[in-house]
Design a protein around this ligand. Sequence first.
Ligand SMILES: *[C@@H]1O[C@H](CO)[C@@H](O)[C@H](O)[C@H]1NC(C)=O
Ligand SMILES: *[C@@H]1O[C@H](CO)[C@@H](O)[C@H](O)[C@H]1NC(C)=O
Ligand SMILES: *[C@@H]1O[C@H](CO)[C@@H](O)[C@H](O)[C@H]1NC(C)=O
Ligand SMILES: *[C@@H]1O[C@H](CO)[C@@H](O)[C@H](O)[C@H]1NC(C)=O
Ligand SMILES: *[C@@H]1O[C@H](CO)[C@@H](O)[C@H](O)[C@H]1NC(C)=O
Ligand SMILES: *[C@@H]1O[C@H](CO)[C@@H](O)[C@H](O)[C@H]1NC(C)=O
Ligand SMILES: *[C@@H]1O[C@H](CO)[C@@H](O)[C@H](O)[C@H]1NC(C)=O
Ligand SMILES: *[C@@H]1O[C@H](CO)[C@@H](O)[C@H](O)[C@H]1NC(C)=O
Length: 753
Amino acid sequence: MIRCMLFISLLLHSTLAQKQPPESSTTKWLTLSGEQPLVIARGGFSGLFPESSSFANQIAISTGLADVVVSCNLQLTKDGIGVCLPDVRIDNSTTISSIYPKGQKSYNVNGQDLRGWFTLDYTSDQLLNNVTLTQNIYSRSSLFDGQLPISTVEDVTGVKPPKFWLNVQYDSFYNQHKLSPAAYIEATTKHIIINYLSSPEIGFLKTISGKVNKLKTKLVFQFLSPDQVEPTTNQKYSSILQNLATVKSFASGILVPKEYIWPVNSNGYLGAPTSLVADAHKQGLEVYASGFANDIPASYNYSYDPTAEYVQFVDNSQFSVDGVFTDFPPTASEAIACFAHNKNGSKPRKGSALIISNNGASGIYPGCTDLAYQQAVEDGADIIDCSVQLSKDGVPFCLASADLTGDTTALVQFMDRKAVIPEIQQEIGVFSFALTWSEIQTVKPQIVSPFGNSSILRNPANKNKGKFLTLLEFLDFAKAKAVSGVLINIENAAYLASKQGLDIISTVTSALANATFDKQSTQQVLIQSDDTSVLSKFKDIPTYKRVLRIKEKIGDAPKPSVDEIKKYADAVTIPRSSIVIVSDFFTVELTNVVKELHAANLSIYVDHLRNEYVTLAFDYFSDPIVEIATYVQAIEVDGFLTDYPGTASKYMRCPCTDTDPKANVPYPILPAEAGSLLSLIPPEIQPPAQAPAAPLEAKDIVDPPLPPVAKVNESGVAGGPAEPTGSSALANAANVGLSLVAVMVLSLLYLGR
Ligand SMILES: *[C@@H]1O[C@H](CO)[C@@H](O)[C@H](O)[C@H]1NC(C)=O
Ligand SMILES: *[C@@H]1O[C@H](CO)[C@@H](O)[C@H](O)[C@H]1NC(C)=O
Ligand SMILES: *[C@@H]1O[C@H](CO)[C@@H](O)[C@H](O)[C@H]1NC(C)=O
Ligand SMILES: *[C@@H]1O[C@H](CO)[C@@H](O)[C@H](O)[C@H]1NC(C)=O
Ligand SMILES: *[C@@H]1O[C@H](CO)[C@@H](O)[C@H](O)[C@H]1NC(C)=O
Ligand SMILES: *[C@@H]1O[C@H](CO)[C@@H](O)[C@H](O)[C@H]1NC(C)=O
Ligand SMILES: *[C@@H]1O[C@H](CO)[C@@H](O)[C@H](O)[C@H]1NC(C)=O
Ligand SMILES: *[C@@H]1O[C@H](CO)[C@@H](O)[C@H](O)[C@H]1NC(C)=O
């Protein structure tokens, strides 16, 4: 019954774009053959769908390179049928434990006692008709669970993958139970083609060697972890590695965990590569690296850009692996076809979206430091940004927030200055205007990891590096680097004027004038504020583009509101959630907000994009490049803020941005289509629809006029130190801790919303 449900409407547009065969002549690869490395989809697109399900296999083919290889991990049923499942025990990857609740057994597998549900206890009829697949990696979506049947080997080859790879994970074990993978393969290869046949068992490879046509089928020896023992020779894999010449006698290639090639040290950084690829190539062995997945953080060196990792393996100056085994075949495909050998990428086309840094390259260095801005410029940001804060003595400098506690070490050094200022935020903070500029220069910048105390940390090696810049230093830097423009963000102007006697408007105005940004039009100046009265103050300088920042999530922007915005601004900055509606990490649909704002000729900037996969809807394949492609190509925003300008720039300058099916691109990087992934899930288990966000109301747009700048003397600063909220300093510290945790939890809850 469930086997009839195999209809697939799928991200069909993926197949519409023409895929070019790999270019063999123009690029010289350091693979053994000199050809482009292969993308091997491990169990199809197993990063998104249950491994080896029909969805996984078909979508791997439609989103992968033209010669993508689809793999199947072979298990045998009681009646000797080959099925594709991730492990000899299938309780984590199927619904078997609920269909056959009494079926749990123990077996000794290669010397280890394992308990669970094993395929060899069931006939193919029992497994194929009654049991369905589930996602066995729990951080991935479970919404495809229970829908799709187990695939046989023929089911996989039936969807016609360009190439097929079969891995025989357990041979000795099945033979002990009177099932022979070799006999199964011998019979099967009469009607299907297996291009690659791999196994971690030497005995199996030697047996099969005489039974397959090696012109059609390459044999590959799989290395497991170095300390594991190869069951047929009782040698550790680490010692077999010392003798690659022997491996060459029974295999034409090796499959190794990627750490065999680029080890990651205990701090999470890449060390020097091993000589494995060179050694194997010297023996004439091809090298395939396994373990690639977008949603398993690899090394800090890649800055959460999964394409950077593939490029490290296929386009370093020393070697290229011959193929990558991945759970996310479209990401490996774009890395190989679009980003490898493209360090000299062309400039973006005219009119394409602006890359605006978000506190500089704040994913790599502490935000708003000299190093973060330097990195943003090197990485190709068009516009660099400065959120202007004022010190007590009125020095303007760049920092994400008026509260220093997140982005600096101020909380430790200036505990006594902490305060609660409800006009700015609910939580206790140490505010810039409570410290003089010379005091602020003594605090250290601190990299912010928005995903808190998890494994998703940002570049710990740069944790406290860099120094903060005054606004004048920032402007001088921007001029010297000849970036296309600067974005100056102004907040809290009314509070600063009335309560602190600080005039942020005239401070910014004169700094811009001093740096002659008002008398030129070569570098664009964007003045951004959430306050229309602030924007009004910059109305008289026609070269400044005024940007209204709407921080709240809005569901719609009706005409009267848009007309009101038009009076104050030329552009708006809005959060992602006002553009793409996301529910349970699935995109649902687009709002009309972009259309409505564009109809009034307002430019739209998205706030803001990040690399970390935990911020990405499943539709983007845990790949920040796909999210960028979606905003640039499908939604057609005018720019976006990003913590990682390098990732954006890499996309904008690659040869794969054109999605016209007639365009001759090596591989089209296609935008996600909102709602299309969700449509693969039966309606009854789809996440419940959320109430739409409120529309933007015209009356909420205009802010009251700015108050005059109060005369405040040394002692009389309003909103000074907070009333102590606890009986001791310790209690206060605990409160701060709590509020930080609360913010982290909230931001996790709102991820991708
Ligand atoms: C199944 O899941 C459990 C719990 O996460 C894990 O300990 C076990 O190793 C998994 N088994 C297999 C065969 O993947
Ligand atoms: C499994 O499927 C077979 C054949 O389709 C059927 O006869 C049997 O009742 C099913 N068993 C269970 C436990 O659902
Ligand atoms: C990885 O990053 C570390 C720290 O920044 C650096 O020392 C190292 O050279 C990098 N490794 C590679 C291979 O880029
Ligand atoms: C990249 O550009 C540099 C300088 O223009 C040039 O020397 C180099 O050959 C180019 N590299 C590639 C791969 O095109
Ligand atoms: C998380 O916090 C605990 C306790 O504060 C600390 O021991 C641990 O190292 C932190 N983990 C990370 C990844 O920062
Ligand atoms: C203009 O800049 C120079 C050098 O950066 C500085 O010395 C001077 O005080 C500034 N003037 C104003 C009005 O900000
Ligand atoms: C938008 O700009 C275009 C071209 O500059 C102009 O023709 C059109 O009238 C403008 N629309 C609005 C609503 O301002
Ligand atoms: C400070 O302000 C208060 C009240 O506005 C005023 O009475 C006092 O003279 C001022 N002190 C100085 C030193 O300016």
